[in-house]
Each structure stands twice: as structure tokens, then as C-alpha cells.
Design a protein around this ligand. Structure first.
Ligand code: HQG
Length: 205
């Protein structure tokens, strides 16, 4: 959906209620810029000269410079992308920006541990990974953390990036936490460092 700003209605996604608002970035460009922003903050910022600190923060001004050069959009558009992101992937604080999860670069996204964590969480993957996951557990692989979903439906969406009929694991998050593992809520996603096999159950869908 398009993103825009209206003097009367404020920031909006889709349509402005009064009809006088201006579109700041259209839906198509929003998706492209959002993917690039994820890439910059999680994977390849250094290739664009971006300095990302140990907690994943970097200067919003610097990010804006890179993005406006490449896509001809300004800070307004970036702020709207962050605000209306469906999965709440990013955060902006004191003119700094970071991705909350998904990094391959070596950062430690410091996080409060006091969020409510559901007893069960889910993970969608390619069926070819099932045996190895049952044997070795869920590992972060190229990323810094393992990513989990709060619903089977969300896990299916994640798994569909790999296969039409993904395999879905149920994670006993309650026992995982009881055993000393930290589970964090980051936007719509839950993360942890590792899930040993004894906390995993393959679902028959
Ligand atoms: C698999 C997107 C074999 C794991 C998504 C997964 C998510 C193993 C892959 C977020 C394994 C890693 C992250 C083992 C794990 N043997 N395979 N022992 N342990 N794997 O991309 O969860 O839209 O790093 O099952 O929605 O797919 O970008 O993780 O298939 O929330 O914000 O190794 O990225 O979010 O793949 O995706 P990934 P993921 P965004």
C-alpha cells in the first residue's frame, strides 16, 4: 500500500481519509526500498560505507543519503516505511535506525527480556531440512539468531519462501525458557540463540 502524509489526518497507509493528503512513496517503491533498507541494516551496510555499532544502530542521516541517492526518496519516506512495517522490522531512536532482527553482520541487538512469550512458538522451513533439524536442533545458520513465529499461519508464510508445502515445527517455548534459554519478541517475530531437538515437534498438517 502507498504511504503518505496529510496536514489534517496525519501519516497514512493506503488512502488519506479527507482525500487531501500527499503520497510520499507508492506501494511498489515502498517494497523495493524496504527490502534494500533491510539489506543495509542487516547484511551489507559496510559496502555503502555505513558504520553500524555493536547494537545494530546507525545514523538515519547516513541511511537517508544512501537511499535518496539510489531511489530518490527522503527521510519522510523512510520514517513512514519504518512506522507502517507489517512485521515491525525496524526501529528509530534519537536519529539512529536499526533492524530488530535478521542480521548476518556481527551485532548484538540488545533487548529487554520482559516481553510476554507464548508457551508454543512455530518455525516454518523447507522439508529437506527436517531430518537435520530433528537431529541437531534449530540453528541460526547464517544469521545471528533463530527466528520463530507466534502462529502456525505465520510459520507457513515464512516456510513458503522455501517450498510450496513447508514443514512446520512447534517449539515448546515454555520449557525452552525454563531451561535457561532467552526468547525475545522483536516486532512480530520471536528470536532465540538455538533450539535443541528436545523442544521441537514436527507438526502433521
Ligand atoms: C534452517 C524473514 C538444516 C531454518 C522471515 C531456515 C523470518 C536448518 C534456514 C526471518 C537447521 C535459515 C528469518 C539445521 C535451521 N539443519 N537447516 N540444523 N537449523 N535451519 O532465512 O527463519 O521478512 O536465516 O529452518 O519471515 O527462514 O526478512 O531463517 O530455513 O522471520 O523480516 O536454516 O526472515 O523475515 O534461514 O527467516 P533464515 P528463517 P523478514
Amino acid at each position: 500500500m502507498d504511504l503518505g502524509i496529510c496536514k489534517k489526518c496525519g501519516e497514512f497507509e493506503g488512502f488519506c481519509k479527507c482525500g487531501n493528503g500527499a503520497i510520499i512513496i507508492d506501494a511498489k517503491k515502498r517494497e523495493v526500498v524496504s527490502k534494500f533498507l533491510s539489506g543495509l541494516l542487516r547484511h551489507f551496510g559496510h559496502k555503502y560505507g555505513l558504520r553500524i555499532d555493536k547494537h545494530g544502530w546507525t545514523s538515519l542521516d547516513e541511511v537517508t543519503k544512501i537511499i535518496s541517492k539510489k531511489y530518490n526518496v527522503g527521510t519522510d519516506a523512510i520514517k513512514l516505511i519504518v512506522k507502517f512495517d507489517k512485521k515491525n522490522r525496524f526501529e528509530i531512536k534519537n536519529s539512529k535506525i536499526r533492524a530488530k532482527y535478521g542480521h548476518t553482520i556481527d551485532v548484538d541487538v540488545n533487548w529487554s527480556e520482559n516481553e510476554f512469550i507464548p508457551n508454543k512458538l512455530y518455525h516454518g522451513t523447507h522439508p529437506k531440512n527436517v531430518l537435520s533439524i530433528l537431529n541437531e536442533g534449530l540453528k541460526p545458520m547464517k544469521r545471528k539468531e533463530v527466528h520463530l513465529s507466534s502462529t502456525i499461519q505465520d510459520a507457513i508464510e515464512v516456510g513458503k519462501r522455501y517450498a510450496k508445502k513447508p514443514a512446520i515445527f512447534e517449539i515448546n517455548a515454555k520449557s525452552l525458557i525454563k531451561s535457561g534459554f532467552k526468547v525475545r519478541k522483536k516486532g512480530k517475530v520471536y528470536t532465540t540463540d538455538f533450539v535443541p531437538p528436545e523442544f521441537l515437534r514436527l507438526l502433521k498438517l
